[in-house]
Write a protein that binds this ligand. Structure first.
Ligand code: ARG
Length: 469
């Protein structure tokens, strides 16, 4: 059977073919071919349901299904390469089916429209991708957890305003990102519940007089429920916006971590060494080792935020029900999903084998600043001095030390006692960085015992340890 020209895609109402530039402009086959498997799955479920409902014979339905499976096999063999004249993946499959089966192929589209079809395909696709992203988030969390377990005793300066604030347990710092990723997983699981609702059978916009069984197709395709309203079914893209919002937060988290790694890898910080596997050189400066991976992740975050704005803008002015504008949702989703997956994988690899913390540099960093000043105040508080008074006293002490070029631990005991008689020789142990960290026993704090409990909780949650220190 000859392939129909583009003028005959449409009903006999049309006499002329599309202007070639308009054909190119209108076509989505160049990208929505990515939905081929989902389109076949949806069509197979639809055909089976039509057979069961007596809209066609079961034998006809079986032939349609065999034809659709043949298209799948051709695609797997690289032999299904529809051109622009197919317009989109849905037409491409239908055309091939008609070539394969003759007039019977023309029955597949009974009781459905491309509007509910594309909505079904994109949901099936996104559902699968969310599961892949969840797995990628777990891999990333495990990479962080492995590092955190190796550094349950390592200290790192803690910052506020990027000024030294109080020393931290390094594991505590990494655990913060595991928590963020955990919220990302929860958000995506929640989005998935609304992705997993079936629009199939809404037809063009109003439903269909064909006696279909929407619940049968929904169930076969693994959907949790069906859309209650046919107009909403074909014009809802909220789930795409929600996905991109959740994806944006994933990238925001990865971008923050990237920024930290970039700082840590600098000469000025020197907290991590990048391995050759995850760093690049300069074409000109032979000494350079650049943190390209976290820089790219930080940079790529903008793509996902952009897609979120793009999708919101896409839907905001659309009257009910389907509008061709919706075709624009696909490239945003495809690129958004790819970016989230790529960035999660790259960051997981970075923490699995791309960087090493430098405990000596970290240890040296926490010992040579005033990040133990709060603990001097807390020392006085424990001896009955009101906090604000202690805070004022210690501020003055820091000022004197800065003027004299001394650290707090370098002040002799007499100087402490001149400042306040409550000071005893145990002040030196109290302001030692390791003690400063250990003392923060409040729930969720950086104290070593608290951190160990958090590490255990996350290990139980995330399963098997992979890393070695
Ligand atoms: N390629 C179209 C899309 O992505 C499929 C639906 C077309 N429906 C229509 N009535 N023109 O949205």
């Amino acid at each position: 059977m000859a392939v129909e020209s583009s003028s005959s895609t449409w009903s006999q109402r049309f006499e002329q073919g599309l202007h070639p530039a308009v054909e190119r402009f209108n076509a989505s086959i160049g990208f929505d071919i990515a939905l081929l498997q989902e389109d076949l799955d949806g069509s197979i479920a639809h055909a089976r349901m039509l057979g069961r409902c007596g809209v066609m014979t079961e034998a006809e339905a079986e032939q349609l299904i065999a034809g659709l499976e043949q298209v799948r096999a051709e695609a797997a063999a690289g032999q299904f390469n529809p051109g622009l004249e197919a317009e989109d993946v849905h037409f491409a499959v239908e055309r091939r089916l008609i070539e394969l089966l003759g007039p019977l192929g023309k029955k597949l589209h009974t009781g459905r429209s491309r509007n509910d079809q594309v909505g079904t395909d994109i949901r099936l696709w996104l559902r699968r991708q969310i599961d892949a992203i969840d797995a990628a988030l777990v891999r990333f969390q495990r990479a962080l957890l492995d590092q955190a377990e190796c550094h349950a005793d390592t200290l790192i300066p803690g910052y506020t305003h990027l000024q030294r604030a109080q020393p931290l347990c390094l594991a505590h710092h990494l655990l913060a990102y595991i928590e963020m990723a955990d919220r990302d997983r929860q958000r995506l699981a929640d989005v998935r519940r609304r992705v997993n609702i079936c629009p199939l059978g809404a037809a063009a916009l109003a439903g269909t007089p064909v006696p279909i069984d929407r619940r049968a197709t929904a169930e076969e395709l693994g959907f949790e429920a069906i859309y209650a309203n046919s107009l909403d079914a074909v014009s809802d893209r909220d789930f795409a916006v929600e996905f991109m919002a959740a994806g944006s937060l994933v990238l925001a988290h990865l971008s923050r971590l990237s920024e930290e790694v970039i700082l840590w890898a600098s000469e000025e910080f020197g907290f991590v060494a990048l391995s050759d596997r995850c760093a690049t050189g300069s074409s000109l400066m032979p000494q350079k080792k650049n943190p390209d991976v976290p820089e790219l992740v930080r940079g790529k975050s903008g793509r996902v935020f952009g897609h979120l704005m793009g999708l919101l803008t896409l839907i905001k002015g659309l009257p009910l029900a389907y509008n061709k504008d919706f075709q624009e949702d696909k490239e945003a989703l495809f690129d958004g999903v790819k970016t989230v997956l790529d960035c999660l994988e790259a960051m997981a690899i970075l923490f699995e084998e791309g960087l090493e913390f430098r405990p000596q540099r970290l240890e040296a960093a926490v010992g040579c600043d005033f990040s133990n000043a709060t603990d001097v105040a807390d020392y006085l508080v424990a001896r009955g001095v009101p906090f604000r008074e202690a805070y004022q006293l210690v501020g003055g002490l820091v000022k004197t030390c800065l003027a004299e070029g001394l650290l707090l631990r370098q002040l002799p005991l007499e100087r402490w006692q001149q400042l306040h008689p409550a000071f005893g020789a145990d002040i030196f142990a109290a302001i030692e960085p390791r003690q400063v960290v250990a003392a923060r026993r409040s729930e969720g704090g950086t104290g070593f015992e608290q951190v160990r409990a958090q590490l255990q909780r996350q290990r139980a949650h995330l399963g098997r340890a992979t890393g070695q220190c």
